[in-house]
Write a protein that binds this ligand. Structure first.
Ligand code: 5GP
Ligand code: MG
Length: 194
């Protein structure tokens, strides 16, 4: 007798999550819509994706496959939080572009826009290389946390000021492989008062 498959939407919630904000199916549907918006802007033209790893890995891979334009892909790495849930100090590029973006249409992709420091740094550095155009796309936007003014051209979901994991987003390198996006239980990163 075969065991019936459990659809992704009703799969058990990971025990470290407080809530699931977006299921795998909801993410998939939204990624398709964003791909259509991107296509409406670039038409059939070629553009260069600059993906901020590791966080944007899943989103970039899924989004790219929904777009049939000729695309070039490059990845850059910006200093990460480490095992923290709030950004500290100024982000720095630790692995830079390898493709030439001069005169190219460039789309920066990140997982989440929070204080805005990371994307404004990357956009400023990219602009110095004189791309033909520069746009940005984020899956999640925590508008309430913005410290540096930055607005992405394409946004998947506006989310509240909660620390989220899954679908590429980590806490101390864990949870990136969760297919959904959820709020991490604060008890996992807050130390109880003595
Ligand atoms: P920003 O420079 O805008 O403050 O931060 C952007 C980066 O911080 C994101 O690329 C992401 O790596 C990290 N980040 C911000 N908020 C969250 C969150 O809720 N969860 C996780 N896992 N990472 C976050
Ligand atoms: Mg990141």
């Amino acid at each position: 007798m075969s065991v019936p498959e459990t659809p992704a939407t009703v799969r058990h919630i990971h025990p470290d999550l407080e809530t699931v904000l977006y299921t795998e199916d909801e993410i998939k549907a939204r990624v398709r819509q964003i791909a259509r918006q991107i296509k409406a802007v670039y038409g059939n033209g070629e553009f260069t994706i600059v993906s901020l790893i590791n966080g944007a890995v899943m989103f970039t891979a899924d989004l790219m496959r929904e777009i049939d334009n000729p695309v070039r892909l490059d990845c850059i790495r910006v200093t990460s939080y480490g095992a923290k849930t709030k950004s500290v100090g100024t982000p720095q590029i630790v692995a830079d572009l390898t493709l030439d973006i001069h005169n190219r249409d460039v789309l920066i992709i990140d997982d989440i826009l929070d204080t805005g420091k990371t994307l404004s740094l990357v956009a400023t550095l990219a602009r110095r290389l004189n791309p033909a155009s520069l746009r940005s796309c984020v899956l999640l936007d925590k508008k309430a946390r913005r410290e540096v003014p930055f607005q992405a051209d394409f946004v998947g979901f506006d989310i509240p000021d909660k620390f989220v994991v899954g679908y590429g987003l980590d806490f101390a390198e864990r949870y990136r492989n969760l297919p959904c996006i959820g709020v991490l239980k604060p008890s996992l990163y807050t130390t109880p008062a003595h």
